[in-house]
Design a protein around this ligand. Structure first.
Ligand code: ZN
Length: 393
C-alpha cells in the first residue's frame, strides 16, 4: 500500500520494482513517484512524448521551489527485460528481500537509486520545514524518464527541452545510475567518452579469380586501410580521460563464391573518443588519415552513422568536492572521479548543467538476480542527504 508520507528508500524501491516497467512500458512506476512527491509539495508534471515509429513514452518532471540554486536528481524508471524469469531466485518483479539484499529488475539500475534520492529529498524537506532553504531560495527537482534502456528518443532529450522551454534552468544534476564498480563509494562518474560508428567502403572491380588482370580486388586494399587506421593512435589520453580508441568490429565482402573477386568490401568500426575531440574534429581526423592511406589509388569512403553520444566532462570543483565529502562521510571512501564506461543520459544533461553520476554498485545490473544490498540503499540515502545539506547549507 503506497502511502504519501513514505520516505524509506527500501519501501519506495519495492513499490517501483513491483511495476514491471520494461521499456517502453511504465506499468505505474512514475505514478508511485508522483504520489510521493505531490504529498510533499512538489509541482508534478507528467509529460508524454511521441515520434513516428517509436513507442510513446511517459516522463515525469517535479519541482519544489522556484529560485536558484536548482539541483535536479535525474533517472529512469524503465528497465531491461528480465530474461528467463524462472532462473531468478526470487521473481524478477517481486521486490523481495533475502539475506539483506533487495531482489528485482531495476534494483540497482536504477529504481534503487531513484528510491534513495526520493527518500533523501523527502527526509531533507521534512527536517527543513518543507523548503530547500530557510530563506525561500533554492529548488529541488526530479527529472525522470521511461526511455533510457532502449532508443532514448522520447525521454531525457525531449524532457530537458520541455523544461528549458518553460524558462527553467538547472544549476547542477545528480544522476543516480549505478556508478560504483565494487563497493559503494568507490566511483563517481564525471564524464563519458563520446561514441561514433562508421562504415568504411572500398570499391574494386568484380571479376573471375582466373583473370585478376581484368579485376581489382578490394580485399587486400581494405586490409591495408584497416591496419593504417588501427595502428596510429588517435591521441594519448587527456587529463581526465584514457586514450581514444578506434575499433573495427566487422569486415565483409558479401561474396559466397570462391571463383569471384568481389567488387566491394566494407568494414564497420566504432570510436570511443575523449575530450580532445569533438564529433566534427574526430571525423575530420579519420578522413584525413584515410586519404593519406589510400594515396589516391584506393577508392575508399566512410559513411558515418548519426550519433548523439558526444563526449562530456564535469571538471573537478565545488560541486564534485561536496559530493566527494558526502560520500566520504558515509562510506569512509574517497571516490575516484572516473570517465570510463558506456554512455548514459548524462551525455544529454551535460549540455544544460554540470552533471555527476553516483548511485548503487553496478555489478548485477542487467543480470539475472539483479540485487542491491539493503545497507547500501540506506547509505546512498544518507549520501544524497549529505549532498543536499552541503548544497543548500
Ligand atoms: Zn540505467
Amino acid at each position: 500500500m503506497l502511502c504519501g508520507r513514505m520516505n524509506d528508500a527500501l519501501a519506495i524501491a519495492q513499490h517501483l520494482i513491483r511495476c514491471p516497467s520494461v521499456t517502453p512500458a511504465d506499468a505505474g512506476a512514475l505514478g508511485v513517484l508522483e504520489t510521493l512527491l505531490k504529498a510533499s509539495g512538489f509541482e508534478v508534471h507528467r509529460v508524454t512524448f511521441s515520434e513516428p515509429d517509436t513507442a510513446d513514452i511517459d516522463n515525469l518532471y517535479a519541482r519544489i521551489g522556484s529560485e536558484a540554486p536548482h539541483i535536479t536528481f535525474a533517472g529512469h524508471t524503465d528497465v531491461v527485460p528480465p530474461g528467463d524469469e524462472s532462473a531468478w531466485s526470487s521473481g524478477a518483479f517481486s521486490g523481495d528481500v533475502k539475506d539483506g539484499f533487495l531482489y528485482g529488475r531495476g534494483a540497482v539500475d536504477m529504481k534503487g537509486g531513484i528510491a534513495c534520492s526520493v527518500a533523501a529529498v523527502l527526509q531533507y524537506l521534512a527536517d527543513h520545514g518543507g523548503k530547500p532553504r530557510a530563506d525561500g531560495n533554492g529548488s529541488i527537482s526530479f527529472l525522470i524518464t521511461g526511455d533510457e534502456e532502449d532508443v532514448s528518443v522520447n525521454g531525457t532529450v525531449k524532457l530537458l527541452q520541455w523544461v528549458a522551454a518553460r524558462g527553467e534552468k538547472f544549476d547542477h544534476c545528480v544522476l543516480g545510475e549505478p556508478s560504483n564498480q565494487e563497493v559503494l563509494g568507490d566511483c563517481i562518474k564525471v564524464g563519458r567518452r563520446g561514441s561514433q560508428s562508421g562504415t568504411l567502403f572500398v570499391d574494386g572491380l568484380q571479376g573471375h579469380v582466373a583473370y585478376p588482370q581484368r579485376a581489382s580486388n578490394p580485399v587486400p586494399d581494405i586490409s591495408r586501410l584497416i591496419v593504417a587506421l588501427s595502428d596510429e593512435p588517435l591521441d594519448h589520453g587527456s587529463a581526465q580521460f584514457q586514450a581514444s580508441n578506434l575499433e573495427f568490429t566487422s569486415v565483409d565482402v558479401g561474396n559466397p563464391a570462391s571463383n569471384v573477386i568481389p567488387g566491394q568490401a566494407r568494414a564497420k568500426f566504432n570510436i570511443r573518443y575523449n575530450d580532445l575531440h569533438t564529433q566534427q574534429s574526430l571525423r575530420a581526423l579519420v578522413e584525413q588519415r584515410l586519404a593519406k592511406a589510400t594515396g589516391n589509388r584506393i577508392r575508399a569512403r566512410i559513411v558515418w552513422e548519426p550519433s548523439n553520444s558526444n563526449v562530456f566532462v564535469t571538471k573537478p570543483g565545488a560541486f564534485t568536492d561536496l559530493a566527494v565529502a558526502a560520500i566520504e562521510d558515509v562510506t569512509g571512501r574517497k571516490p575516484e572521479l572516473s570517465t570510463t564506461g558506456g554512455t548514459s543520459d548524462a551525455r544529454f544533461i551535460a549540455s544544460y548543467c554540470p552533471v555527476i553520476e553516483f548511485g548503487l554498485v553496478g555489478q548485477t545490473m542487467h543480470q539475472i538476480d539483479e540485487r542491491a544490498a539493503v545497507s547500501d540503499l540506506e547509505k546512498l540515502t544518507r549520501i544524497y542527504r549529505g549532498v543536499l545539506e552541503r548544497y543548500f547549507g
